[in-house]
Design a protein around this ligand. Structure first.
Ligand code: ADP
Ligand code: MG
Length: 242
């Protein structure tokens, strides 16, 4: 059993203009595990993700990947140097670049090596046949798979996903999110997935971290959180699951 979490955040906090938005949040995720950060709109989920990505600097706290500090009081690894991938709802591909060039964007090494890596990544997400297409020739779900291949290209240790499936219709969404998680789990990536939908968290998470007003109010396996909510508010939040 791996004992060092792939991602560990300890006591991170953030205020904007004197208002606390993220308050003493701690989480850890093992390789190949999915934690869903679940809570209503405005509770601080995206801000938490942005701090882990390095887009926003925390006021306090420590962030580690594989035990190595990437952010604490005196130090912040720049976002592009963090072994962290990002997928957001607005996962725009470059419209003027082919699928292959979208995935290869930012890759180093010879053209031949890049092409081999792109072929491999697209095969992983089931998009091998579409390598020379352009984004406008693809459906929303297909574009999302290309975005996943692109996010996987630098072999991130951690994948941060901010409601990445919200733009897709229901049937497609189930298929894409299951496939996405299969790929990430096979790579041993730790996934932190933000959602405001309890049903999505129940379906996808190994662990749910329930967030409210900037704080984690409950953490646990989906089944436990659903059956033993910490308070009435948590119970109500789960009651309109679909
Ligand atoms: P969530 O993703 O859970 O919907 P956010 O993390 O986006 O919540 O936002 C939490 C709160 O912090 C909101 O009230 C939002 O308006 C505020 N906020 C987020 N970013 C900023 C910012 N850069 N400046 C000021 N307030 C912000
Ligand atoms: Mg958000």
């Amino acid at each position: 059993m791996p004992s060092v979490p792939r991602l560990e955040i300890s006591h991170i906090a953030k205020s904007f203009g004197g208002r606390s938005v993220v308050d003493d949040v701690s989480l850890s995720i093992l390789p190949g595990q999915v934690t869903c950060l679940l809570g209503p709109s405005g509770c601080g989920k995206s801000t938490t993700l942005r701090m882990i990505a390095g887009i926003e600097g925390p006021d306090a706290g420590t962030i580690r990947v594989d035990g190595r500090v990437i952010c604490d009081d005196g130090h912040a690894t720049p976002p592009e140097k963090r072994p962290i991938g990002l997928m957001f709802q607005d996962f725009a591909l470059f419209p003027h670049l082919s699928v292959a060039r979208n995935v290869a964007f930012g890759m180093k090494g010879s053209k031949t090596a890049q092409r081999a890596a792109v072929v491999d990544l697209l095969a992983k997400v089931g998009m091998g046949r579409h390598i020379d297409r352009y984004p406008h020739e693809l459906s929303g779900g297909e574009q999302q798979r290309v975005a996943l291949a692109r996010a996987l290209a630098p072999r991130p240790r951690v994948m941060l996903m901010d409601e990445p499936f919200s733009g897709l219709d229901d049937r497609l969404r189930d298929e894409i999110r299951d496939q996405t998680l299969d790929v990430l789990k096979a790579e041993g990536t730790a996934v932190l997935l933000v959602t405001h939908e309890p049903g999505e968290a129940m379906r996808m998470a190994d662990e749910i971290a329930l967030m409210r007003d900037g704080r984690i109010v409950q953490r646990g396996a989906p089944y436990n959180i659903y059956n033993t909510p910490v308070d009435r508010q948590a119970a109500a939040f789960f009651s309109d699951i679909n």
